[in-house]
Design a protein around this ligand. Sequence first.
Ligand SMILES: [Cu+2]
Length: 207
Amino acid sequence: MKIGLSTIGLVALSALACSAGDAPEPEPEAAPPEGVFGMAPGPSEGITSLVVLEPADEATTPPPSEPAVMDQLGLAFLPRQLIVRLGQPVEFANSETLAHNVHLHYEPNDSSVYYADFSPDDRSQVVLEQPGAYAVTCDEHPGMTAFIYVTTSPYAAFAETDGAFLIPDVPPGSYTARVWNADRSLRGEHPVEVSGASTELDLTSTR
Ligand SMILES: [Cu+2]
């Protein structure tokens, strides 16, 4: 019994001595993120790029019935950028003690498509009927701007400010990756094949 214990002590000591003398282990290489990821152009006019993967076979899941919510708080829209599925309601709210309004312009033809006043604690829903980009403003407070993108595809994400994007849970198949940017010259379309768990795309070039 006594011998056994000291043997264990020796083994532990030699293991310590060994690890102290070794060079630090190299950092394991980070696994690529799961999903479709990569780089898109950087922000324009304060809005980051949006990446949408449109499936070649039109069948996708139906839009969620619960609304996508955009609140007003601290003289700002929250969130400032919102993705909504076509057919999914958008709910606007006003969580502060000031009166606001919400004014939506559809970007492709610059038409005013929605306007409503929001007293404190008001909430109201609207279904936006066209896919594409909508500019959001509060006409009372010129600094309040936001952006909504209505997409037919469930596979969409805004890029980070450095252009990095990640769209998780994309089933294998053929897609068109569409890049929307406030600067029209930075928009583009790229054919994409999704096969494994991770697909890396460079969408920084326009074509
Ligand atoms: Cu306002």
